[in-house]
Design a binder for this molecule. Structure first.
Ligand code: MSP
Length: 635
């Protein structure tokens, strides 16, 4: 028994949560329940990352004051996470006052220890990534693939953190703590990155207002990642008035993060902590990304798995099972509703559900619903179950959730096979085989009881139902599996068996899901008045010239005639789908009064219209079947 501190990243509040966000917390929930079940005192932290330019922009896009915008998204996150049944102990918000105090204290400490200086920073900054980008060879603005935009030049007074002084200290720490960064492949990447050299890090901005002021120099706000990473200690009461949990729970036992933010956690964070004289965390585990239909989930592609849709059609246990089983922890995984339904049907309905109900039904029928009592030495399956329990613990402690589940399902198959081979329905007909029948039923029920205990952190609701259904006392999440000996099943009275996981009619459910995601898209689009619509100047345009934009795989530069004095230049992100020569001479539709925007240094004086192919995400240009004069207005 000990303490266990597990954290998730804190989520940006610039958009609503989707499956990718829920996933990290779902894994943390599994680890937290697993540890609690084994008697550890657990502190499970999750929350929201609410400062920075990105959030400010998202708020202004939704025409809300920043405070109101963040409060709304936080409320939505909290509601979703509670519907998903997550058992976090604390929700941190970086806009809370105690967090601000703690972050400022950390900054003071790092500064006091000589690791902060004031300088000037000039560089290419991508607002989306909230980080400065590498200089390009020709000095032009680097293009951020991830956010489909050019980085912006930023030069300002800034406080710097002496990250360069930590190269050796970090490498030494990685060396001495081989489990600090996991999985192994990611650890090697981080080591290579640190070996290549570390530059000092700018940790304050004068250009960002929505942030935590630098102590004694409030025109600066702290860099969002300095602010955000500190959450892991401020939530424990570091440098503030919250209850002191720091002494008990720090260092964190497990920071769960997506691989996209590993560097911040495995390089910057331990360096900040070392600079403040605080011990670094024990393990940072970087999980892979959920793809959807083979592609990264993204709002523009339209393949984001919406949590409301998911929760409407599936139970939490079904979703949990799929996420833990399907994604080999540490690698990318593909989330599709088809695969989810297939797993539910094969593993939960046919596997676990069927084993449970067939066993309970036989106990009802052949033993009047009372679990038989037999001599322990006569039981079968004991070795199978004990071996499974041992392997399960090893895999779970190594964070191999998928394999831990395989172990349980192998045991389920073994019990199934044992039942089929012993054919209790035949034994029931033979008066001389009554004790053999009882052995089979007792052994199967005892195996199910042990497996239920293992499954409790994974499928909390179903495990509870199975436990109660078998007439057992207490709650499985409060029982340490290792303390339950084999063949100690009491003679309880079972409840009439329920169907735990009904088989899903795949075709029918897929149609319902398609329908509900259509409804959602419709709901999300607000109704506009005709006056609103009239503000948009849509025109027919003729493409005169088209060419690729050098070094930008996605962009085409078009010269189009809108029937005005002179043609316009439009930069469009369609180069992967249309060759320039396909477009010359074609009539398209252009939003003519859109605010001009620079892309790769080229001004785009309008936007062309295209339909989005929802499955593949490819754009299809809008046009006309009949001939139409250039410059004609659409209304
Ligand atoms: N605010 C930062 C984290 C600061 S932690 C001190 C952030 N937020 S985020 O909202 O963008 O992402 C939060 C987590 O969600 C990350 O771990 C990220 O990897 C995870 N995911 C977002 N999309 C995902 C998938 N499609 N699949 C799996 N996880 C993904 O980064």
């Amino acid at each position: 028994m000990g303490k266990f501190y597990v954290t998730t990243p804190i989520y940006y509040v610039n958009s609503r949560p989707h499956l990718g966000h829920a996933y990290t917390t779902m894994v943390a929930d599994l680890v937290a329940r697993y540890r609690r079940q084994r008697g550890d005192e657990v502190f499970f932290l999750t929350g929201t990352d609410e400062h920075g330019q990105n959030i400010e922009r998202a708020a202004s896009a939704s025409s809300l004051p920043v405070r109101e915008h963040v409060d709304r998204i936080v409320a939505e996150y909290k509601q979703t996470f509670s519907q998903l049944g997550f058992t976090y102990d604390y929700w941190i918000r970086t806009t809370d006052d105690y967090h601000k105090q703690g972050v400022q204290q950390l900054f003071r400490k790092v500064k006091e220890n000589g690791y902060v200086y004031l300088g000037h920073y000039e560089g290419w900054y991508c607002v989306g990534c909230a980080e400065f980008k590498e200089e390009t060879v020709d000095g032009s603005a680097p293009y951020c693939e991830l956010h489909d935009r050019l980085a912006e030049r930023l030069s300002e007074e800034s406080y710097f953190f002496r990250l360069s002084e930590f190269q050796e200290k970090l490498l030494d720490y990685y060396e001495r703590n081989p489990k600090f960064i996991r999985p192994e492949a990611r650890r090697n990447e981080v080591i290579a990155f640190v070996k290549a050299g570390l530059k000092d890090l700018s940790i304050s901005r004068v250009s960002v207002k929505w942030g935590i002021p630098v102590p004694d120099d409030p025109k600066h706000t702290l860099y969002v990642w300095f602010d955000a990473l500190s959450n892991y200690i401020t939530a424990l009461g570091y440098g503030n008035y919250l209850e002191n949990r720091f002494d008990k729970f720090w260092p964190a036992d497990l920071h769960l993060v997506g691989k996209d933010i590993l560097r911040f956690h495995a390089v910057y964070w331990p360096a900040f902590l070392m600079a403040a004289g605080i011990e670094p965390p024990r393990t940072v585990f970087a999980h892979g990304m959920w793809l959807s239909g083979g592609r990264k989930m993204s709002k523009t592609v339209g393949n984001v798995i919406d949590l409301n849709t998911l929760m409407r059609h599936f139970s939490n246990d079904q979703v949990r099972y799929f996420c833990y089983r399907e994604m080999s922890f540490g690698q990318d995984g593909d989330f599709t509703y088809e695969a989810l339904i297939d797993r539910v049907n094969a593993d939960l309905a046919k596997g676990l559900g069927n084993l449970y109900s067939r066993t309970m039904k036989m106990i009802e029928k052949y033993c009047d619903g009372k679990l038989p009592s037999i001599d322990a030495s006569k039981t079968a399956l004991g070795d199978v179950i004990l071996a499974a329990k041992e392997r399960f613990e090893r895999e779970m402690q190594d964070y191999n959730f998928s394999r831990a589940l395989e172990v349980v399902w192998e045991a389920i198959s073994a019990v199934d096979k044992y039942i089929s081979d012993s054919a209790p329905w035949k034994l029931a007909k033979d008066p001389a085989a009554q004790s053999e029948l009882q052995t089979v039923l007792y052994s199967s029920a005892e195996a199910i009881r042990h497996l239920t205990l293992l499954l409790a952190p994974i499928l909390p609701t179903s495990a509870e139902t199975m436990w109660k259904g078998m007439g057992l006392e207490g709650t499985p999440l409060n029982i340490v599996p290792a303390t339950v000996p084999w063949a100690s099943l009491p003679q309880t009275i079972i409840s009439p068996p329920v169907q735990l996981f009904p088989t899903i009619d795949k075709e029918k459910l897929m149609a319902e899901i398609a329908k509900s995601s259509d409804i959602q898209t419709e709901q999300k689009t607000p109704t506009v008045t005709i006056e609103d619509f009239a503000k948009i100047d849509l025109r027919v345009a003729l493409v005169l010239e088209a060419e690729r934009v050098p070094k930008a795989d996605k962009l085409l530069r078009l010269i189009v005639d809108l029937g005005e004095d002179k043609p316009r230049q439009i930069v469009a992100g369609i180069a992967q789908y249309y060759a320039p020569e396909q477009l010359i001479g074609r009539k398209i539709i252009v939003v003519a009064n859109l605010e001009p925007r620079k892309l790769r240094g080229l001004e785009s004086q309008g936007m062309l219209l295209a339909a989005q192919h929802s499955k593949e995400g490819r754009p299809i240009l809008a046009g006309f079947l009949e001939d139409v004069p250039v410059g004609a207005k659409l209304k």
